[in-house]
Design a binder for this molecule. Structure first.
Ligand code: ATP
Ligand code: MG
Length: 381
């Protein structure tokens, strides 16, 4: 193999200039990903695909398939767009994998002028593979699919498509502040924002006596996983010392405590978003997942800020979130019980009303939030 073919999806629906910018963003993100992993290689744009020219195809395919915007990536061999040459290359690929599969299919796609058609490549390429190895054709459910992707001047042959996250390249949307606790949900929510183009500025609020070093460490670890998916952007987290403010809230608010706590978090996030010129706030909340996340309570917490609060997991079931956390790599650390649990009152509010909460909530939590945000520390990862 001498290159990696990288496919992207949603971009193809955009108008031409937008699409070009998005391709260029993905190209430079890919180049940065190779750099970050010390992989030698060049990334080129060709009609509808990106090609990584590299000897380290396995490492490069790993790097590509981690990046938002990438639908799939394949280690591939470059050959002349000549039918006989393509058949031979397909047969070679099959010989290299002999014994690893019992059934196969050959698929071809083509763009440009060639003296052959795609169905012809599939038929005759399939026959060439059948002569090269002991295996049977199965077009419905093959163990391996050998593919030829023929462009104007060049053809790529390959036998694997590694799935990427899909979505849009990071950097094609404005930045968002992501409230990251290091639990299961919030890193996945932050990644969803990244997966649709927004670089995130992670914000972790240290809860003081209710949190602890382990919580802080796992939040930072989660941010490292996020940063690895955006090697072209600065994903350095803000760590906010919220201990005193949280104590203050806990001392004044009982049933609605978790709501005031969220309102304080949102205000901290908003202050940092203004400072960073970010366009909104992302949280890991999901409708009905816990008492603080009823529809009514989300109304009361959102009212704390003017900025939009985005909740990418709003309707995602927990098992699905867990699956996504495993793929992202943040599931393992998320096991430590959340500090919030120690803060929760015995009878938490589930149908909070703003008027009621405002009667007990200390007036100064927004002022405190701004001060705590201003004192926040950025932790290099
Ligand atoms: P998670 O797994 O993300 O912690 P959760 O279901 O435990 O989610 P909550 O503890 O109710 O949810 O928190 C709701 C949201 O508030 C989180 O998804 C996260 O965005 C934010 N959040 C909670 N705790 C913190 C914290 N210490 N620092 C920053 N953000 C936080
Ligand atoms: Mg939590």
């Amino acid at each position: 193999m001498d290159c990696v073919v990288v496919r992207y999806g949603e971009l193809s629906t955009k108008g031409r200039p937008v699409r070009r910018n998005m391709e260029e963003q993905l190209r430079s993100n890919l180049a940065a990903a190779l750099d970050a992993r010390d992989i030698n290689g060049d990334v080129d744009r060709t009609a509808g695909r990106l090609i990584i020219d590299t000897e380290a195809t396995e490492a490069a395919v790993d790097a590509a398939s981690d990046l938002p915007g990438v639908v799939s990536a394949s280690p591939a061999r470059t050959v002349d767009p000549d039918a006989e040459v393509i058949y031979e290359a397909l047969a070679d690929l099959a010989r290299e994998r002999e014994g690893e599969f019992e059934t196969y299919a050959v698929r071809a796609s083509r763009a440009g002028d060639h003296p052959f058609t795609s169905p012809q490549l599939e038929r005759e390429g399939g026959a060439a593979v059948g002569e090269a190895v002991d295996a049977a054709v199965d077009l419905d459910n093959p163990d391996v699919t050998f593919e030829a992707d023929v462009r104007h001047q060049v053809a790529y042959v390959f036998a694997e498509r590694r799935k990427g996250p899909g979505g849009l390249p990071v950097g094609t949307q404005e930045p968002l502040v992501a409230l990251v606790s290091g639990g299961i949900d919030s890193p996945v929510a932050a990644f969803e924002a990244m997966r649709h183009g927004s670089p995130v500025i992670p914000v972790y609020v240290d809860l003081g006596d209710y949190g602890g070093v382990d919580h802080r460490a796992r939040a930072i670890a989660a941010c490292e996983h996020l940063a690895a998916r955006a090697p072209n952007h600065d994903i350095t987290p803000y760590v906010v010392d919220g201990g005193e403010s949280v104590d203050h809230i806990a001392g004044h608010v009982d049933r609605g405590r978790m709501l005031s706590l969220r309102r304080y978090f949102f205000a901290v996030a908003e202050a940092i978003a203004e400072q960073e010129d970010a366009a909104g706030i992302v949280t890991g909340e999901a409708l009905g997942q816990k008492s603080s996340q009823t529809a009514r309570n989300l109304q009361v917490t959102s009212a704390a800020v003017d900025m939009p609060v985005h909740r990418p997991l709003f309707s995602v079931d927990k098992p699905e979130i867990v699956e996504r956390a495993k793929v992202l790599g943040t599931f393992e650390d998320a096991g430590i019980s959340a500090g919030c649990n120690r803060l929760a009152p015995d009878k938490p509010e589930t149908k909070g009303r703003l008027e009621g909460l405002l009667k007990v909530e200390p007036d100064d939590i927004f002022e405190r939030a701004r001060a705590d945000a201003a004192d926040a520390e950025r932790v290099d990862i």
